[in-house]
Design a protein around this ligand. Structure first.
Ligand code: SAH
Ligand code: SF4
Length: 379
């Protein structure tokens, strides 16, 4: 059957799903029933939705599909980290990573928000890729659903019995530059009658898109992580161009005002350890001054190299010394263990091979002035 013309039900908000049901002449309560099948049971086949009449099953199949992104590659690291290269209906690709805890009982799914990224952070592989487009709500929720398919976590298990226990919006792209779609997707994920993941188990990481941070806290209430990586505007301007737009002072003010942050729910400051760039004892002390008064914790990330990157990771003894200074001041400052490096699934390594070819094609089209408005160049 050619499903190309059928609409995907995944990614619609509850209101949108109800509107679809009204459109095909069904009662609104059908949307609630369907929601359960889609997001609690993970069912993709209308014929297996047994609480729905045969007549309605047929009507649904006439108009809709329940589609997942296609799994193009499925790689498992020696350390059990797993990475899916997903292909979307238009041929674009993005990556999703599952990072089990050491005991493999629970773990986080690292989700992408865009294909590529417009922000050209110097240490990040994704940043070397042009943004092709924002991911849709269906493509964002779809990443988590693919992971649940792979581990058979349907129907939604009890909170305590889930391998896929957390979500981190730390894959490819800047989530706060695709806020509407990320918000729709996360609201679906947090809905108690479906996937039912608590906002406390979701962390959104941003490079510091200051004007969107308040909305993120108010509308979603998820945990916030800031990719800080430098303690002076000079250094941050150099390694993270977004700092020129939203410098440290503004970023820290937005953190202080982040709704819902408290000592029990601290803001995570992510800090990549770059040899000779940001890793001195003086940097660590300046970091403490910078976050003074904020409910903060740290995550020190040893730099993960990628082909052509201009940095080196700090020596472990420097990383340790840096961590000790933060911990002596009373903060949690674990050193993130690199996971999945053998399958290029570690932080900052996501970037698909086939994308590179597409990007060079896109660059040519932009140069020739024939690219469309969905294709954005990094500024
Ligand atoms: N765009 C958002 C979400 C991506 S999160 C953000 O930047 O926060 C990806 C995380 O991995 C960020 O903290 C990023 O700074 C970090 N990262 C990027 N490149 C890295 C690298 N080469 N080694 C280690 N961490 C890296
Ligand atoms: Fe984009 Fe985040 Fe990578 Fe910077 S670190 S280029 S914001 S994905």
């Amino acid at each position: 059957m050619d499903t190309g013309t059928l609409k995907n039900l995944i990614g619609l908000s509850r209101e949108q799903l109800a509107a679809e049901m009204a459109m095909i002449g069904e009662k609104p309560f059908r949307a609630k029933q369907l929601w359960h099948w889609l997001y609690n049971r993970g069912e993709t086949d209308f014929a297996k939705m047994t609480s729905i009449s045969k007549v309605m099953q047929a009507r649904l199949a006439e108009h809709y599909v329940v589609a997942r992104p296609e799994v193009e590659r499925d790689l498992i690291s020696v350390d059990t980290t797993r990475k899916w290269l997903l292909k979307f209906a238009d041929g674009n690709e993005a990556e999703t990573v599952y990072i089990p805890d050491e005991d493999e009982v629970r773990g986080a799914v690292c989700i992408s928000s865009q294909v590529g990224c417009t922000l050209t952070c110097k240490f990040c592989h994704t940043g070397t890729q042009l943004l092709v487009r924002n991911l849709t709500p269906a493509e964002i929720v779809g990443q988590f659903m693919v992971a649940r398919d792979a581990y058979g976590e349907w129907p939604t298990p009890d909170d305590q019995a889930r391998k896929l226990s957390n979500i981190v919006m730390m894959g490819m792209g800047e989530p706060l530059y695709n806020f509407d779609n990320v918000a729709t997707a996360l609201k679906i994920v947090m809905d108690g009658e479906g996937i039912a993941l608590s906002k406390r188990r979701i962390t959104l990481s941003t490079s510091g898109v200051v004007p969107m941070m308040k909305r993120c806290g108010e509308e979603l209430g998820v945990n916030l992580a800031i990719s800080l990586h430098a303690v002076t505007d000079d250094v941050r301007d150099r390694i993270m161009p977004i700092n020129k737009k939203y410098p440290l002072k503004e970023l820290m003010k937005a953190c202080a005002e982040y709704p819902g942050a408290s000592n029990a729910r601290r803001i995570t400051f992510e800090y990549i350890m770059l040899k000779g760039v940001n890793d001195s004892a003086a940097d660590a002390r300046q970091l403490l001054r910078l976050i003074k008064g904020l409910p903060a914790k740290f995550n020190l990330i040893p730099f993960n190299p990628w082909p052509g990157s201009e940095f080196e990771c700090s020596d472990m003894k420097h990383v340790k010394a840096f961590s000790d200074i933060l911990q002596d001041a009373g903060y949690s400052a674990p050193i993130r263990k690199s996971r999945g490096a053998d399958i290029l699934a570690a932080c900052g390594q996501l970037r698909s091979e086939s994308q590179r070819q597409k990007c060079s094609r896109l660059a040519e089209r932009l140069k020739a002035g024939i690219a469309d408005e969905h294709h954005v160049f990094p500024s």
